[in-house]
Design a protein. Sequence first.
Length: 180
Amino acid sequence: MPEIEIRPGIETDIPTLIKLDHSYTSDYVWQMDLQVDATQAKAHFREVRLPRMVRVEYPRSAQSLVERWRECSAFLVAVLEGEAVGYTCLFANFSPFTTWMTDLVVAGRLRRQGIGSALVLAAQDWVANHSKSRRLVFAMQPKNFPAINLSQKLGFDFCGYNDHYYPNQDIAIFFEKWFG
């Protein structure tokens, strides 16, 4: 496979990136069990194998993605043979000393070939060299088992969740990695 270039996104990347298949498939989900009583609340996530593979539509609209790309602190694009084939967005100082990574997407035909890993590693490099952050948080849906596996493979740890986080009201789960 030719070398992947990771660079800041530019306006001319937008038409190509918006056409990427943002959906994904999964055989597993991180299911949340919530127990609440008068003195405590407990949330547990457990990996559950689904009875069949599911295709999950992306939780953001094309228009909201374009707006996010223009607002984020860094918009990193993966380029293969001159074609934009993936991206991620970084929001620095979203919370103290923390950069949030959202919307990690790779062209369907090129998934599981290291492009997502290259984007995450480039995000880590950006955090180290362009922000005051000491922590990178990666947000994803609990159905996005490929992203969960990727984050764990790259040394991220589960650090929390937010109910009704996405525009479609899905839960977001968060994985973090500390630097320095």
